[in-house]
Each structure stands twice: as structure tokens, then as C-alpha cells.
Design a protein around this ligand. Structure first.
Ligand SMILES: NC(=O)c1ccc[n+]([C@@H]2O[C@H](COP(=O)([O-])OP(=O)(O)OC[C@H]3O[C@@H](n4cnc5c(N)ncnc54)[C@H](O)[C@@H]3O)[C@@H](O)[C@H]2O)c1
Length: 244
């Protein structure tokens, strides 16, 4: 595993997102809210989706209060029928979709066994549901998906959270496997933070990643507020394996 130059520092200048539509899951708080606010500040209409409608409503209202376009929608990303209803509403209200940020990713200290299924459903299946439901809409005019994983999914720490590690590792591999969607004009990339820290800094990197037209199927590690691209992350152990 090896880091390359900061992919965001080398990114092209930010451009306006006027007439673009962005969907942010987990947009009611933390990093998701910051991404929603950043997209809106750049001119996008934003759909703030969250399992907690009150939180989503506050973020959407604050965006509208500054002159932006935003709506709040309650959605549990683990429930595919709710995700289908979400995408349906996005297209009805805004006529299309350009950027998707899969940010909803709950975790529980210690990953109690009783919650494994829920943690994997919300993190990994949720990301898959949103991606699957969004593809048909995104490919109409081309777009980007940014999945939020965690460095725990790349083998760094969090051994006390096995379900979370498994789900985030799945998101990393899902991202790489969806590289082929670039042929449908959809770029899928992933950002894997250790600690998010300042949400505005993280949001700048996440939105910058969505706008990298040369990136598809890539994984960006986010550590200490700095992004670096992971290269050669695909199973290095396999390549170094020894006969038993
Ligand atoms: N905070 C960190 O330091 C950190 C570190 C590594 C990875 N991450 C990942 O980054 C992302 C954002 O982290 P955060 O700390 O800002 O998140 P957060 O804990 O603030 O929660 C984000 C939002 O997701 C919503 N949510 C939870 N379950 C949902 C579901 N099933 N459907 C829809 N919405 C749901 C919550 O209501 C919340 O508003 C997550 O994917 C997280 O796993 C965070």
C-alpha cells in the first residue's frame, strides 16, 4: 500500500454546481451536513436524506435560509423500498440527479452481536441500495458517486467493531468493482477517513473527489485532515502468498 500525491491539492479549481442536483445520505449531521452545505454553496440543489427527519429538516432549512435550494427527506438507507421512494422524489422534484454522497454509516462501540445485521445493512447494503436505485437517473446526463468508507475497512484498527470493519471493507471493494460504470458516465469513488475532524475540510475533499473527472473506482485515504490516494490496495497478500 502506498500513498500518492494529495489528489485534492492537485484537483482542478472548484467549479460552480449551478443546475446540478446533489443527494447526501446521512445529510442531517456531521460530515453529511457539511457536504450538503458545501454543494449548496456551490450552487447545487440538495436533497438532504436522513433517517432522522428533524435533523435533515434543520440542514435543508438552513440551506434555504441562505438562498440555496434544498429539501429534506426521511429515509433509512437499509430499506431498499425507502431508497427507491427517495430517488423517485429527487427526480420528481428536481428533474434529475448528478452527484450522490453515500455518507450514512452508523457504528456502535463494540459492535454488539445483536446489531451486526443492522450495521452492515445501513453501511454496506445502504450504499448498494442507493447506488443501484440512482444508476438509471445518473446515467442520463452523467454523474458521480462518492462512498464514505473508513480506514477500518482497509485494515487499520477498529478490531473491536467487526461488523463495521466488514461493511466498510465491502464499500471499498464495491467502489473498485463499480469502476465499470464510468462507461455509463458515472464515476464511483470512495473516501476512507480515520478521524473526520473538521467536517468542512472533509466536505471539501469529498466534493472535490466527486468533481474529479479523471477518477473512477479510486480509494482516497483521509488522515489528519489530508487526503492521499491509495494505490495497489487490491489484496497485496495474495500476490505475496507462499505455497502451504
Ligand atoms: N466521524 C469520524 O471520525 C469517522 C471516521 C471514519 C469513518 N466515518 C464515516 O464517515 C461517515 C460520516 O460520519 P459522521 O461521524 O459525520 O456521521 P454521524 O454519526 O454524524 O451520522 C451521520 C448521519 O447518518 C444518519 N443515519 C444513521 N443511520 C442511517 C440510516 N440507516 N439511513 C439514513 N441515515 C442514517 C444519522 O441520523 C446522522 O444524521 C460515516 O459513514 C462514518 O462511518 C466517520
Amino acid at each position: 500500500m502506498q500513498d500518492s500525491a494529495d489528489p485534492v491539492a492537485t484537483a482542478p479549481p472548484l467549479r460552480r454546481l449551478d443546475r446540478r442536483v446533489a443527494l447526501v445520505t446521512g445529510g442531517g449531521s456531521g460530515a453529511g451536513a457539511a457536504i450538503a452545505r458545501r454543494c449548496a454553496a456551490m450552487g447545487a440543489s440538495v436533497v438532504v436524506a436522513d433517517i432522522d427527519f428533524a435533523l435533515a429538516g434543520e440542514v435543508a432549512a438552513s440551506i434555504r435560509g441562505t438562498g440555496g435550494g434544498a429539501l429534506a427527506h426521511r429515509c433509512d438507507v437499509a430499506a431498499e423500498e425507502q431508497v427507491a421512494a427517495l430517488i423517485d422524489r429527487v427526480t420528481r422534484e428536481f428533474g434529475g440527479l448528478d452527484l450522490v454522497f453515500n455518507v450514512a454509516g452508523p457504528w456502535l462501540s463494540g459492535d454488539p452481536l445483536a446489531h451486526w445485521s443492522r450495521i452492515v445493512s445501513a453501511n454496506l447494503l445502504g450504499t448498494m441500495h442507493v447506488t443501484r436505485q440512482a444508476i438509471e437517473v445518473l446515467k442520463r446526463r452523467g454523474g458521480a458517486i462518492v462512498n464514505v468508507a473508513a480506514d477500518a475497512g482497509l485494515g487499520f484498527g477498529a478490531e473491536d467493531r467487526p461488523a463495521y470493519c466488514a461493511a466498510k471493507a465491502g464499500i471499498v471493494r464495491l467502489t473498485a468493482a463499480l469502476c465499470y460504470l464510468k462507461d455509463k458516465k458515472i464515476r464511483v469513488n470512495c473516501i476512507a477517513p480515520d478521524m473526520i475532524g473538521e467536517v468542512e475540510d472533509f466536505a471539501a475533499v469529498a466534493v472535490g473527489l466527486a468533481l474529479r473527472e479523471d477518477f473512477a473506482g479510486r480509494v482516497v485515504l483521509y488522515r489528519n485532515g489530508r487526503a492521499s490516494e491509495l494505490v495497489d490496495f487490491g489484496d497485496p497478500g495474495f500476490r505475496q502468498s507462499q505455497p502451504l
